[in-house]
Each structure stands twice: as C-alpha cells, then as structure tokens.
Write a protein that binds this ligand. Structure first.
Ligand SMILES: NC(=O)c1ccc[n+]([C@@H]2O[C@H](COP(=O)([O-])OP(=O)(O)OC[C@H]3O[C@@H](n4cnc5c(N)ncnc54)[C@H](OP(=O)(O)O)[C@@H]3O)[C@@H](O)[C@H]2O)c1
Length: 282
C-alpha cells in the first residue's frame, strides 16, 4: 500500500490507548503535527512525549475529560488560541460502561463521551475547520450502530439501562452526527466521514465482551489497533478519499450505513437535541 506524507495539523481524541494511540502514532510518523487528546494529564503528556520521541514529529498533549463539557470547551479554546490551522479531527475517544454512570453534566456516560463531547468539540472548532479547508472530520463509529435506536423518550437510559443498548445508541448517534455534519459543511471544503474500524483488541472491546470465554473467541476474529488505525488514517489523510463526504466505511470498504442512520429527519432531530443538551445553537 502506498504511503502518504502528511504535513498537517490533526487532532486525535482518545490518543492514549487502543486505536487512537495507533492513529496518532501513524499520523505523526507521516510528519503531521498531532494534538494527542486524553482525559488524564500524566498519561496524556507521557503519550505525547513518547510519540514525539518515536516519530520526530510535534505531538501536543491536550487534556480534556469528555465526561465534562467544560473540559471540552477548555480544550477547544486552547486549540483555537494557538492559532494553528486544523486539517483533520479524528473523533475516536470512546467508552463502554457496563454500569449506568453519569457525566459531570448529568448525562448517561456513553452518550456523553461518545457523542455529546465530539458534537460540542466540532461545533466549537467549526470556523477554524472551515478556514483551514480542505479539512476532514472523521468519526469512529461502530457496526453496532445498526442495532442502535435513539430513544428520545429516555435518552439518558434512566428508566432502563442495558449497556449494549446505550452503547449502540451512542454509536448510531456518531453516524447520524457525521452525516448531518457533512450536510452542514457542504460546499465549504470540510468533509465528514465515519467508519467501523473492525473488531479490535483493546480495553474497550474487553469491557464490551466481559465474559472471558467471549474474549477468548474474540481473539480469533479481532484485529490489532494498528491495523484498525490504517482505516482511520486513510479517511483522515489519504488522497484517494480527499473531498469525499457523508460516507461510511466498514474498514476499507465504503458501504451504506443502516437505513435508519440515513434518515435525515432523525439526523436533524438528534442534532437539535444535542445542541440543546450542550448549550449551543442548532
Ligand atoms: N475495539 C473495538 O472493537 C471497536 C469496534 C468498533 C468501534 N470502536 C470504537 O473505536 C473507538 C476507540 O476505541 P478503542 O477500542 O481504541 O478503545 P480503548 O483502547 O479503550 O481507547 C479508548 C480511548 O478513549 C479514551 N477515553 C475514554 N473515556 C474518556 C473520557 N471520559 N474522556 C476522554 N477520553 C476518554 C481513553 O482514554 P484512557 O486511556 O484515559 O482510558 C482511550 O484513549 C471508540 O469510539 C469505539 O467505540 C472500537
């Protein structure tokens, strides 16, 4: 496969572990300046230092707990303050939580971290992205989005909590968001794509599988974070998909997302609710 050097500024969330760390490493290895975003100061700074030493590229630590919208606002302000252009944002940070937990703002944790935080971050960076065009927003979703439903009557899973259902809801929200974003950025040179990276051996998939027997079988079908990262990096930086927007990939393969994820009325309804929950204008 041909490699492409990237002289860009890219933002990668969830850069301390798993797929995100592999994405940040690969982009830095290709020459990009990378904002490595993590929730805790020490591991995030360590990650940035290690990636920088390993690749020779500039890796800037950005600290924000996505379970706190104030942290997301602070991070956006820090990024904007530096005045750099933004060539790509990779929304990758994600969590599976077997117990129902709530964010600092009172939202169900998977919805907060997996969807509301990237929604708000994109909103706050939108003008810089447009000013940096061509620019790309890549949202790491999951094939699980197809099993998801947006439960507007109980969005925060207060009445009933099933961790898989809440996770699928958040991953469906990722696809709905990415497609609505593509429409909003149409004609600006900013693209929005989304993907299922594969079944990947990470902390998140261990948490999702839970049972050690399932984990054992998972090890036969799963891929490494580095392999999954190639799919993400392609959407963030490779020329063969430049200009492409509003598309969904399963690994390297461009496919249609689930029918309900393509429902524009649903995309717009979620957008309005997300704007209301994060306190921005729709
Ligand atoms: N693994 C799979 O099979 C699979 C399949 C489909 C989709 N995905 C998606 O791929 C993405 C990456 O997942 P992964 O498998 O690489 O998981 P991972 O190894 O567990 O990494 C998740 C990353 O998200 C960060 N994160 C978690 N909670 C956060 C918070 N509150 N604030 C900021 N950052 C937070 C983690 O930070 P810490 O290091 O501090 O925990 C870590 O850097 C997720 O969006 C996931 O839904 C994964």
């Amino acid at each position: 496969m041909r490699e492409h050097t990237v002289q860009q500024v890219t933002i990668v969330t969830g850069a301390t572990a798993g797929i995100g760390r592999a994405v940040a490493t690969e982009l830095a290895r290709r020459g990009a300046t990378v904002w490595a975003i993590g929730r805790d100061a020490t591991p995030t700074r360590d990650t940035a230092r290690e990636l920088s030493a390993a690749t020779g590229s500039r890796v800037i630590p950005g600290i924000a707990d996505f379970a706190r919208l104030d942290d997301v606002r602070g991070l956006a302000a820090e990024i904007l303050d530096r005045g750099d252009r933004i060539d790509a944002v990779v929304h990758n940070a994600g969590i599976v939580s077997r117990e129902r937990r709530v964010s600092a703002d009172g939202f169900e944790l998977q919805l907060a971290v997996n969807h509301l935080a990237p929604f708000l971050l994109t909103y706050l960076l939108r003008e810089r992205l447009a000013a940096s065009a061509p620019a790309r927003v890549v949202t790491v979703s999951s094939i699980g989005h197809a099993k998801g439903a947006i439960n507007f009557d109980d969005l925060q899973s207060e009445r009933a909590y099933d961790y898989r259902r809440a996770y699928y809801q958040s991953k469906l929200a990722n696809v709905l968001f990415a497609l609505a974003l593509a429409r909003r950025f149409a004609g600006t040179g900013v693209t929005s794509t989304t993907l299922h990276p594969g079944i990947v051996r990470t902390q998140l998939s261990h948490e999702y599988m839970g049972n050690p027997v399932f984990r054992f079988f998972e090890s036969f079908i799963s891929i490494s974070p580095e392999r999954a990262a190639t799919h993400v990096v392609r959407l963030a930086a490779d020329p063969d998909v430049a200009g492409e927007t509003g598309t969904y990939y399963r690994g390297r393969q461009r496919v249609a997302p689930a029918a309900h994820a393509r429902d524009e009325a649903l995309q717009e309804r979620l957008w309005r609710v997300s704007a209301q929950l994060t306190g921005v204008t729709a």
